[in-house]
Design a protein around this ligand. Structure first.
Ligand code: FAD
Length: 314
């Protein structure tokens, strides 16, 4: 199947640093990127989420960056979040968790050798404290499977002080149904998504239909549990099933939420928000957009054509 090969190829390219350096330096690509990325400044991110909030949607903001192997870069990322949170709070956007932040621990130094986990934890603590001061929450994005245990370990540490720190679980991993059971307790915020990294058969379903079935099993556990499920998918079937399961478990709107990415199915986002559902948009910003954008391309070849066309017609 050529589309599978293309997807695998794009996921490999998403970690290609030479191509990343080339494209991120090319100003031409900036305009292409803005459909999926809010821009490169804090001000722009704040503007974009203000518009979302005005349209009845919630947001979670991700300062782009990942796989950091430089302690100074990890500190820079932490500081970007601190600046962002104070700007959001000054703008009156964080109250009650209306706009929160999403973090990639690998951008905070998680992979930096023996001390990496501690560095990421320390940075994440500072960000959580700033979020608490702003009356909002933090969600830890989930990265490739080699980081799952480490990320869930850091989540447990953070939740001792801030029980509202959110987790992300990926239905393509075999382990995830069990992780859902472990995390479906009172006060536990869990974002369920399909998963977006290139994973081996030893740990993850390769077949899309299997990933979807696993998503539904995981949703059943989360919706029946006592936590707060966050359903992160653009898949119309899964969005519908989530609504049915929520109703079957006697959950009122507000006791769970839907989440989608900036620029993807915006009409569906507005439709759900208009039904008094909580609809949160994931808003990435910053100049390290390469890895993020390549994963979006791998998910949908139409996005790739759009990207290539814009490059060709600069
Ligand atoms: P897909 O299988 O990609 O698509 C299913 C169907 O959805 C398509 O057939 C189509 O009908 C519809 N659809 C999808 N894209 C479009 C489009 N552009 N336009 C119109 N229709 C479309 N992954 C992680 O690994 N870790 C994370 O921490 C993480 N966080 C996320 C947070 C949020 C809020 C979201 C929405 C996703 C996150 N992801 C994360 C990515 C996720 O794992 C998937 O890779 C991504 O969401 C694509 O899967 P999908 O469920 O949307 O379905």
């Amino acid at each position: 199947d050529p589309s599978v090969w293309m997807k695998q190829g794009l996921l490999l390219l998403s970690r290609n640093t030479a191509l990343r350096d080339l494209l991120e330096k090319a100003p031409v690509s900036r305009s292409v990127v803005t459909r999926f990325v809010a821009g490169d400044s804090t001000e722009r991110a704040v503007e974009v989420v203000s518009e979302l909030v005005a349209s009845g949607r919630l947001a979670t903001i991700d300062f782009l960056g990942e796989d950091t192997l430089d302690p100074a870069q990890a500190t820079y990322t932490r500081d970007a979040y601190l600046t962002l949170l104070s700007a959001l709070s000054d703008g009156g956007l964080t109250h009650g968790g209306q706009v929160e932040v999403s973090l990639k621990l690998s951008a905070l130094g998680q992979a930096l050798g023996a001390d990496g986990e501690k560095m990421a934890l320390d940075h994440a603590r500072e960000i959580c404290q700033a979020a608490a001061n702003a009356d909002t929450t933090v969600t830890l994005d989930m990265e490739d499977h080699t980081t799952t245990d480490s990320t869930l370990g850091i989540l447990r540490e953070l939740r001792q002080d801030w029980p509202w720190v959110g987790a992300v679980l990926q239905s393509y991993l075999y382990r995830t149904e069990q992780d859902c059971r472990d995390l479906a307790h009172e006060g536990s915020r869990v974002r369920l998504c399909k998963g977006t990294y290139k994973e081996p058969e030893s740990v993850a379903y390769q077949d899309k239909a299997e990933v979807d079935k696993s998503f539904v099993r995981c949703l059943k556990v989360l919706m029946a549990g006592d936590g707060y499920p966050m359903v992160a998918s653009h898949d119309p079937r899964l969005v519908e099933i989530a609504g049915v399961l929520a109703a079957a478990n006697g959950r009122a709107p507000g006791s769970y939420e839907y989440q989608m990415l900036l620029g993807i199915r915006p009409d569906e986002q507005k439709r759900l928000a208009a039904q008094a559902e909580r609809m949160r948009v994931y808003v990435p910003y910053g100049d390290e957009w390469y890895g993020y954008l390549m994963r979006r391309m791998a998910e949908r070849p139409a996005n790739l054509l759009f990207f290539l066309r814009s490059l060709a017609t600069r």
